[in-house]
Design a protein around this ligand. Structure first.
Ligand code: CA
Length: 723
């Protein structure tokens, strides 16, 4: 450990530290960096270690244990009421922003939509450099949940970013210049990267996304210096169940292959199992623990008619950190059928679970399926699992942790209204854990979904391939009361979960389902934003709200905190977009809210202002008369839900991130509509042509449906109108 790091960790007596600083100061400002460390941002494994990191935010989850708990106490329950804005920085996007700021050597590194990286002075917000990977906007159609990015990693003077088109890139931390760039996926397939890389012992760990569309998931480790691939662990066997010459080969022979049949859509669609978020380095056990996503397609009947558990879908998996060799797994949702990813925040902690208060090192996760799991970190042994939201797809877990399913949850063409739905009881919003209170802080949500088998299912190269009929249970024309009812089914809350007592200690009910990531601090505080814009601090022990501020944008990201020159800062990236805003525009009263993404930092006594977002007023009037009979509009509803809904919103109601088709001028013009929908006239904006997947008649039916929804929303012609 360097003098600099030892000082930060409090391992050198103050006098020795002062002396070292005086010596360094003689070398000048530049010399401080050079003399104490081999270089700028000279981060290594010891510096990120949970045992040493304190005043900086060096990895996505704060430290390797990913507790998102800071030891800083300068902002605390006594003075948090004096928190004000220190500075803001405009990220110049109206797309989703999910980045946790990384702070090292006084510089903050954040990402924005389209994987753009910003380096800012962490004290002032002054821009140091911007790196734009210049992604082809047509890639946007591969992104299930907006073109988001959750942040960078820092190691050995380099910044690592996963790019939405599948690149992993190393940038010089001082200049932003590309040091190396590797394509980590088959770019002919619908892979994306939205997650933050992690770096441990000189290896950069990165997964990918795309399981809604159809890919085969894996986790890769690249050499941080050279960009060479060191190992790769696939989460699904190849269709022949033959060795890949990869780290996962042995795992499939031992436990994986037998859980897959020989036929079904997984053979062509890759089976899914993408590692799109949580990747944790377990220093104590020398292993990487990562969360695996849902199946491709979702519906197991189509994916694998043999009906097996389909390892390692929806699992927590541990592999050797050096070689990627399999160590253990725990499958949260065997035979996933519902997009129940186990990619959510994985936290490592020592809990007093042993006799006479002895601690046990555990893995905690609150995945989409609604159960909070505690596993032994060394062996993966199931210790406990309890529902943290209302769950109706299973009555509980058996003593091995396997869900006791309700038969109806294996849906047929008859819809089953299920909770949690595919957006999960918890999504990507980071959970936190405080070793002081012993509580895990979960951004929990209730977003039910009617699942039904899609009778028209065939795998397609563009768009979602789930085998689920999203139009099931939704009326073809949705008057305002239907929208109000759907909205009333959405709930969100911050849950302070006691993993030893296996129950909530306290909860805070929110006015919207999609509530933001959590920061816990030794100042006795829990910080959380909301998509509606409120950023609040709660008493970590009681849940009492002690402070809040209007972000004037969505506050969904994981906040971070750091100390510079004796002042503690709290930072959050803001924006709209992401899966919920695309999927649940009907949940918001805003006509359109493309609020500009920002970095917003707070400190005690801060007096800066957050600029108004500059909302674009939208002309919410239908641009043409309704046309088509009810049969045509109903057909349009089906084809809309298959082709358009995941980006433009259920019921054709957009949250404003992507165009609200109801108010689009092209709805009134048959040729203009065809030019965009069929011929791809707006492909450069990410709207590719759908002529391979939609017939001209179906395209017209979608236009009729969208116009009917426009008139229904404005109270005109809710019958849809006869021709
Ligand atoms: Ca998914």
């Amino acid at each position: 450990m360097s003098v600099r790091n030892a000082l930060k960790a409090g391992r050198i007596p103050a006098l020795a530290g002062l002396g070292a600083l005086v010596l360094l100061a003689a070398c000048g400002q530049e010399g401080i960096e050079r003399a104490g460390d081999p270089g700028f941002a000279a981060v290594d494994t010891a510096r990120i270690s949970t045992a040493s990191a304190a005043e900086e935010w060096l990895t996505y989850g704060g430290t390797y244990d990913e507790q998102r708990h800071s030891r800083l106490t300068a902002i605390n329950t006594e003075n948090v009421g004096e928190l004000g804005v220190a500075w803001t920085y405009d990220l110049a996007t109206n797309r989703g922003v999910e980045s946790t700021p990384i702070v090292v050597d006084g510089v903050m590194y954040v990402t924005s939509a389209w994987s753009v990286v910003y380096a800012l002075d962490a004290k002032t917000g002054a821009e140091k450099w911007v790196y734009d990977p210049d992604v082809d906007r047509a890639v946007g159609v591969k992104a299930c949940c907006d073109v988001v990015n959750r942040g960078v990693a820092v190691y050995d003077g380099k910044i690592f970013v996963g790019v939405i088109d599948g690149r992993l890139e190393a940038l010089d931390a001082q200049t932003g210049k590309v040091v190396w760039s590797k394509v980590t996926v088959d770019q002919s397939k619908p892979y994306t990267i939205t997650g933050a890389p992690r770096v441990a012992n000189g290896k950069v760990l990165i997964g990918n996304g795309g399981a809604e569309l159809g890919v085969r998931g894996y986790l890769s480790a690249y050499d941080a210096s050279t960009g060479d691939l060191v190992w790769r662990f696939y989460t699904v066997p190849n269709p022949e169940k033959q060795p890949d010459n990869a780290a996962s080969d042995e795992a499939f022979v031992r436990v994986g292959n037998v859980t897959w049949g020989d036929e079904g859509a997984w053979v062509t669609d890759g089976g899914g199992g993408t590692v799109w978020d949580s990747i944790v380095y377990d220093e104590a056990n020398g292993q990487i623990i990562f969360g695996v996503g849902n199946g491709s397609p979702w519906n197991r009947t189509f994916r694998d008619p043999a009906g097996g558990d389909n390892l390692f879908l929806s699992s927590i998996v541990a592999v050797d950190a050096e070689t990627g060799a399999y160590k253990w797994h725990f499958q949260t949702t065997p035979g996933d059928n519902w997009d129940y990813t186990a990619t959510q925040t994985i936290i490592l902690a020592d809990l007093p679970l042993g006799e006479y208060g002895a601690t046990r090192r555990v893995v905690m996760q609150a995945p989409k399926n609604g159960f909070f799991y505690v596993l032994d970190a060394r062996t993966g042994q199931f210790l406990s699992g309890d529902a943290f939201v209302p769950v109706n797809w299973a009555t509980g877990l058996d003593r091995t942790g396997r869900p006791i399913e309700v038969p109806e949850a294996r849906y047929s063409r008859q819809p089953f209204e299920q909770t949690p739905g595919p957006l999960g009881a918890h999504n990507w919003h980071p959970m936190a854990f405080s070793p002081q209170t012993g509580l895990a802080y979960i951004p929990a949500q209730e977003i039910p979904q009617a699942y039904a088998e899609d009778p028209r299912f065939t795998s397609r190269p563009v768009g979602w391939n789930t085998g689920v009929d999203f139009s099931a249970g939704i009326p073809p024309i949705a008057p305002p009361e239907v929208v109000r009812f759907l909205r009333s089914t959405l709930k969100g809350r911050l849950i302070a979960w006691d993993p030893v007592a296996r129950q909530p200690r306290w909860t805070v009910e929110h006015d919207n389902a999609w509530n933001g990531g959590i920061l816990s601090t030794a100042g006795g505080l829990v910080f959380q934003g909301k998509l509606g814009g409120e950023f609040a601090a709660y008493n970590a022990a009681t849940g009492e709200k002690l402070w809040s501020h209007d972000l004037k944008s969505g506050g969904a990201s994981g906040p971070g905190t750091y100390m510079i020159d004796g002042e503690q800062y709290v930072a959050i990236t803001t924006g709209w977009g992401s899966a919920f805003a695309l999927a649940a525009g009907f949940a918001f009263d805003v006509a359109v809210s493309p609020t500009v993404g920002k970095v917003v930092t707070f400190k005690i006594g801060g007096t800066a202002q957050i600029a108004d977002a500059g909302l674009t007023p939208v002309d919410a009037t239908p641009k043409a008369e309704s046309f088509g009979n009810l049969a045509m509009i109903s057909q349009g509803a089906v084809h809309y839900s298959r082709n358009c809904m995941v980006c433009h919103g259920p019921l054709a109601v957009s949250s404003g991130v992507l165009p609200d088709l109801r108010w689009s001028a092209i709805t009134g013009n048959r040729e203009a509509w065809k030019g965009v929908v069929m011929d791809g006239n707006l492909a450069a904006n990410g709207m590719v042509g759908f002529s391979e997947f939609v017939t001209p008649d179906e395209s017209e039916a979608i236009r009729a449906y969208v116009l009917a929804q426009a008139h229904a929303a404005t109270g005109n012609g809710s019958s849809g109108g006869e021709p």
